[in-house]
Structure formats: C-alpha cells, structure tokens
Design a protein around this ligand. Structure first.
Ligand code: ATP
Length: 361
C-alpha cells in the first residue's frame, strides 16, 4: 500500500475545474514534486492534501485511511509555505517547540526533540535568536524544522524557496535533499521551477490545466517527455515536425519535414503515416565544422543562424533546411574562447537515434 493515494480527485471553483480527475500515489520516504505553470492546479491539489480544501469528487487516502472528513489539524500532515509564518516574538527554539507545547509534551521531551531538529537544519548556534535576526534561508529552515518537529507522516512544501535569491535557493536545495534523507519523512513539494523539480525529486508529476501530463523520475521527464507540453515546459527542446515512415521493432524512421529521414526509438502505438514531432534536447546534438557521423547517428549539414552566449555554454541555432532550425549547445570549456562558431558558418550536426523521442500529441 502506498503512503498517499490520490484517487480520481476533482476540485471545481464555480464552473472552473482547477483539478480534473487526478490519480497518483506517493510512496513512503519519497520526495515527490507537483510541477507546472501558474494556474495548473498544483497548489489546489496540495491544499486538498492539507485539508484546507475539500475535493468535489474522488478520495485522498493516507496510510489507507480516507482523509475527506479529517480536519487539517487532525491530519498527520504539515505545510511549509513560501512566507515562513514564524512567530516574530519567539526565539528559534520556541518557534520550533510551539507545536509540541500545544500538544502537551513534557518539557524534557520537547527540549531533546527541538535540539535534534535544530541539528537537522544546522541551526543549533541560532536557537536563541529571533526571526528578524536570521537570513531568509535560515528562517525557512526554522519553518521546516517546526513543521517536522512532531514527525508528521507527510510534509507539504508550497514553493518554499521562491522568496530566496538564486544562489541561496541552490544552497537550500542541497539542504532540503539532505534533510529529507536524514529525517526520512515523505515530502510533497510544489513548484513551477523545473530546474528545482529535477534537482530535488525522486519523482515528478508534471501538471497542466488541472491534469497530470506525465509522472516519472526526473531523468525520464527530461530525457523522454511524453508530449509537447512536457517537452516545452521542461528545459530547452527541439521539436521537429515529422511523419513516421516505418516501424521496425524498437526503432522507427521519421521523415522530418523539409529535411530528410532519421531513425529514432519507437513510440508505443505509433504507426506508419503518423504525424508528430521529434523531441531532441540541444545538448544531445553534436556540432562541428565537419563530423564523421557514426552508424547510429542522424547527420545533417547546416548553417549557423543564431548564437546565444550564456556564459557556461553557448547556444547555436543551426538551420538544416529552409526554415528548419535545430538548437545545439556547446560548453565554453576552452579558456578565452567564448564562441566556437559565428552566424552563417557552415557546420555539421549529428545525434544518436536514441537521443530523442517521437511525440504524437
Ligand atoms: P500558482 O503557481 O500561480 O499558485 P497553481 O498551479 O498552484 O498556480 P492553483 O493555485 O491551484 O494553481 O489554481 C488553479 C486554478 O484555480 C487557477 O485558475 C485559480 O485561479 C483557480 N483557483 C484557485 N483557488 C481558487 C479559489 N479559492 N476560488 C476560485 N478559483 C480558484
């Protein structure tokens, strides 16, 4: 039995359906992320797990128990919000101890539990400070410690890092991964930031318009998006229009519009004549002045159409046929060389047949 089972959950606001028949399971000990653009329904789903909203249809089971009639404060579930919601007049220790005091724990037990949590979030030296004496990242760590102090079955995190600047956010991501490993409590995390979701999660549910588009491990979500929405939403992706010209077991051939035939991994259910798109990540495409293509590679000549210097890498958009662009990416690994190619340079590109996937929707 999964720790959390979401079964055919629907939530409407008036005649607008915010969550549309979502079913998914979260396993004990998992770091699970709901990822999607603004308005896709991820927060509404999280709020139903917390008990702040009731589903109109479907069931939410925790440890096999239906949560529908259980009020938020009676659920073994806590939520960490973007705004830390700490008590400003209480020290860090008192903030963390608060839920245990409310639950009537004795002083000695509260003391040892609070010290353990302070250690988990590496704030032992800050226990006597007040929230205004802490950085944003430290405040969020206190909020997380307070939410974990009575060992909930489930910790819900609603965009907890979005108020922090980029560098601190990255530090906090590492902290969160380690903390979750340390405490072993199941995390359900909501974010619209695909990089954050890929970095943190064991599994990700990508949502759009109230539905789950794809649920998988980060490597599959990124490497093998199931449809155009996921391909476009997660990172950079070439989406080349094409038609299936043949299927032979695990491999099929696709005629890329205006360009020529390439091989790719078979898409389940795809048949000859099927139209769709070859999804190909820029970093999977080799680029050079001249290339010796390997037997397993597609190979095209082209012309550099645009260069985009991003510091660590440069993006080169290569036109391989009239109006057909393939985005490629090279790391700027040679000191002093910011760009290997310029606009209008004649180049060659190649990619392995298993580098991309053919999308039918
Ligand atoms: P964001 O990242 O912007 O918070 P989200 O993916 O979390 O977006 P939700 O907050 O779940 O999206 O909202 C989904 C849809 O439901 C939105 O169109 C929103 O306007 C609508 N919605 C959410 N809460 C309510 C409410 N209480 N009353 C009416 N509509 C609501």
């Amino acid at each position: 039995m999964s720790l959390l089972e979401i079964k055919n959950v629907v939530k409407r606001f008036g005649d607008y359906t915010a969550v549309n028949n979502v079913s998914l399971n979260v396993e004990a000990g998992e770091f699970f992320t709901l990822l999607g653009p603004s308005g896709c329904g991820k927060t509404t789903l999280l709020r139903m797990l917390a008990g702040f909203e009731q589903p109109d249809e479907g069931q939410i089971l925790l440890d096999g128990q239906d949560m529908s009639r259980v009020p938020p404060e009676k659920r073994p579930v806590h939520t960490v919000f973007q705004s830390y919601a700490l008590f400003p007049h209480m020290t860090v220790r008192d903030n963390i101890a608060f839920p245990l005091k409310m639950a009537g724990w004795d002083k000695a037990r509260i003391g040892s539990q609070v010290e353990e949590l302070l250690e988990d979030v590496r704030l032992t030296a800050f226990g006597d400070r007040f929230p205004h004496e802490l950085s944003g990242g430290q405040r969020q760590r206190v909020a997380i410690a307070r939410a974990l102090v009575d060992r909930p079955r489930l910790l819900l995190l609603d965009e907890p890092l979005s108020a922090l600047d980029a560098k601190l956010r990255e530090e906090m991501q590492i902290e969160l991964i380690n903390l979750q490993k340390e405490v072993g409590i199941t995390f359900v995390y909501v974010t619209h930031d695909q990089g954050e979701a890929l970095a943190l999660s064991h599994r990700i549910a990508v949502m759009s318009q109230g539905q789950v588009e794809q649920l998988d491990i980060p490597e599959k979500i990124y490497g093998f998006p199931k449809n155009r929405f996921v391909a476009d939403f997660i990172g950079q992706c070439n989406v080349l229009e094409g038609t299936v010209t043949g299927v032979s077991g695990d491999i099929m051939t696709v005629e890329i519009k205006g360009c020529g035939e390439v091989r790719c991994q078979s898409t389940p259910g795809a048949r000859e004549g099927q139209q769709g798109w070859l999804a190909l990540r820029p970093e999977k495409v080799r680029l050079d002045k001249e290339l010796t293509a390997l037997p397993e590679e597609a190979h095209f000549k082209g012309k550099v159409h645009d260069c985009l210097y991003l510091g660590d890498v440069t993006i080169y958009v290569v036109e391989v046929a009239e109006g057909v662009m393939v985005e490629t990416m090279l790391p700027n690994s040679i000191p002093g060389v910011a760009k290997f190619f310029d606009d209008n340079d004649v180049v060659e590109i190649a990619w392995r047949y298993d580098a991309g996937s053919f999308l039918t929707e």
